[in-house]
Design a protein around this ligand. Sequence first.
Ligand SMILES: NC(=O)c1ccc[n+]([C@@H]2O[C@H](COP(=O)([O-])OP(=O)(O)OC[C@H]3O[C@@H](n4cnc5c(N)ncnc54)[C@H](OP(=O)(O)O)[C@@H]3O)[C@@H](O)[C@H]2O)c1
Length: 268
Amino acid sequence: MKFYEGCTALITGASSGLGAEFARQLAPVARGLVLVARREDRLEALREELLELQPSLQVEIYGADLAVEEQRTRLAGWLGERAIGIDFLINNAGLGDHGHFDSSDWGRVRAMIDVNIGALTHLTHLLLPSMLRSGRAAILNVSSVASFFPLPNMAVYSATKAYVTSLTEALAIELRPKGITVTALCPGPVPTEFFDVARRGEDATAHYETMGPVVVTPAVAVRTGLDAVARDRARVVPGLLLAVSVGVALVVPFFVTREILRLFSKKL
Ligand SMILES: NC(=O)c1ccc[n+]([C@@H]2O[C@H](COP(=O)([O-])OP(=O)(O)OC[C@H]3O[C@@H](n4cnc5c(N)ncnc54)[C@H](OP(=O)(O)O)[C@@H]3O)[C@@H](O)[C@H]2O)c1
């Protein structure tokens, strides 16, 4: 955790799941944390928990709907007014939608694109100039294993995460010579509120219990992501079993992958 000593991190989606876990793991070493999400009561409770753990930590909370462009711009302005320099941006906020595209709700689809793609890209664009001026900074984009495969039943979600991994890989090359580390954390299933949000009604397939040995805890997923940033890796998949499976799947010709996905989709 030496890499993070004295850092000031902004964590989107800090009100639950991986975002809250990032805050807990960074709290003992960071100088400051800015916690962003819509549910401010959750952020306030997390702030109290973190300050008990580390009384010297500076914890700011900021309530925002990151699907809305003006709210993202306002967040950047608020950071500027308070002279809060972010040297570690964790673009973690995201949501999924489990089910067929033809029966999806447009509002949900729109929110997925606006948060998973729009907020991540826009916040990176807004904060990058000051990160570049500081000369040493890091960006961690929370993507997904879904970014490697066009998953039926999560078609838009996996497409948004393909964007995230692709953008991250390109920015990692562009920004490394300028002192910025950019990493995509690509978890498989992690028990958080993710599927409570993604599930449509009583869908028994969208539960972590059905997903077998590739499930990793939030603590492991977050630790893997932080280690990867510290080692300047462009992407990482938490969990050995999943990492090996993805490695194998990515060398299989795509027509084989497509047939596997077709079979897989019939079970869901
Ligand atoms: N859990 C998994 O199985 C899994 C697997 C692969 C990748 N991921 C990725 O991991 C990231 C974190 O998800 P999680 O598993 O921790 O799920 P989670 O517990 O549902 O957390 C999602 C977070 O995103 C925030 N968020 C959603 N929409 C937002 C909006 N419009 N404005 C601001 N914040 C918003 C939520 O905060 P509010 O609701 O308070 O706004 C919440 O803090 C996501 O990018 C997800 O795609 C998760």
